[in-house]
Design a protein around this ligand. Sequence first.
Ligand code: NI
Length: 269
Amino acid sequence: MLTDTHAHVQMPQFARDREDVIAAAFADGIARIVVPGIDLETSRAAVALATAHPARLFAGVGTHPHDAATLTDEALAGQRALARTAGVVAIGEIGLDFYRNLSPRATQLAALEAQLALAHELDLPVILHNRESHAEMVAMLHAHARGVRGVFHCFIGDKTMAQDALGLGFYLSFAGPVTFAKNVELAEVAAWAPAERILVETDSPYLTPPPFRGKRNEPRHVALVARRMAELRGLRFEELADLTTRNANTLFRLPELQPQEGVTQHASL
Ligand code: NI
């Protein structure tokens, strides 16, 4: 059983066939899916999916760095209330993106700081987006994330960056890029990272692994990431799946999956 720790299945890209995509993932052995929000509205939609699929889908509530300018005091209060809902397992997706800079840097930093404080207040892990902003991210976590746990989602950094994240107690989640042949250094990090700190994800609808590149990504493709990770680490696929599912259960405090939950879902398809 696999856990896709990052899939935006609430997004408009899945408007026409969302429930089919979720059912296809379950049928392919994806046990759990964590659905992060990128603003208040998509966080609400993630919570609605978690409510509709208890014990299988879980929500992250957060405002992405691209949308940091939308995190008004009112929106933050909305996130705080929403984050107390059953099925919410993280504050995310939050972070910094100094590559695209879709919100001003100062706004991104303020939104991240406020949401780290919210995670601390509610004792929830954070799901971090970090692009071309590593030094600022590490400084922010040192200053404002005392006692906050979490994950660097879609980790694409080098070994030094991985060591920084691990040193802060964070997990590393690997996505489609680890399957791309050109990413030799990332493959080395994926092979080396401590077993108890690795997760797998799709970041659906983005970052589709081969042989589906160019198409919309879906949670069932997390198996392709897991297969590559298993190969890199010299494990059987099932071992890697179990390991990363246990890690996801620990980080997000997911209830242990009862074997009959999977059976029930298959029977209802
Ligand atoms: Ni994402």
